[in-house]
Design a protein around this ligand. Sequence first.
Ligand code: NAD
Length: 278
Amino acid sequence: MGRGFSEFKGKVAVVTGGASGIGRGLAERFIDEGMQVVIADIERDALDRTAAEIGALAIQTDVSDAASVAALADAAHSRFGAVHVVCNNAGIGSFGRIRDLTLADWQWMINVNLWGVIHGVHHFLPLLLENPEGGWIVNTASMGGLAAFPGLGAYATTKFGVTALSETLAQELAQDEVPVGVTVLLPGPVRSNLGRSLRNRPADLAAGTLADADLESLPQYRDRLPWKTPAQAAEVVITAMREGALYAVTHPELVERVFNRTQGIVQAFGYQAEFSPK
Ligand SMILES: NC(=O)c1ccc[n+]([C@@H]2O[C@H](COP(=O)([O-])OP(=O)(O)OC[C@H]3O[C@@H](n4cnc5c(N)ncnc54)[C@H](O)[C@@H]3O)[C@@H](O)[C@H]2O)c1
């Protein structure tokens, strides 16, 4: 990708899922850079509390609902007159083996994690393209958007979609030679409330088997996984935006998982891939 996004001061950012975790980390970091920040989230209380603590504007939003995201874009634009950065970050991360999932499980996961990002791109891209000084889209995928893990089939299905959407959009924006770019955030384990995602499962949705796995509360994961903080995730995003980089990675130590998947694909084409760190 060409030019990055480096003039943050005085610009306007909208962060979905901004009441907690990585979204809050991004919002705080943008505020530190001198931006005006709107945080959008489905959880009213957490949203208002976070907005008051960090000095952001709160707009309650359900990213799975196109009209709600359209209203968010309108409200942010009317309040500040422009939107320069949108982070399509709201997401859920409950676990379930594919054979056990109900269709309602799939619908919830796809509605939030994939439609949420599609709605954000659809409603905010026209606003970013309006800016003579350009803009930036940050989509939060996951390591699960690059490699599969047992128990995370529904999640990975949505996150691979977010990766594909981001890669395609980056190529199209480059072809169009517009000053808007894309970064896809690919986090490994980051301390957040993702392990309590079921708190946001819609009450009117049919029953399912998706379950929360709060890995941070289990000693074998808490101590073994290389946990990072939301501030560290936000730092890699800022760096990627400045550099105009498509991929923002929080855990270089997990590269082997990506390599192993790539190796399988390359071998199917009749070639060998070699793992050689730079
Ligand atoms: N924490 C990790 O280890 C990790 C790893 C890879 C990817 N991610 C991704 O990072 C993103 C942020 O998650 P997090 O880890 O900060 O978790 P989190 O639960 O702390 O934050 C997610 C936020 O999204 C909000 N949300 C959920 N459903 C929503 C909806 N329908 N509309 C609007 N807001 C909604 C939640 O209320 C919450 O505030 C997610 O997309 C997640 O998949 C997280």
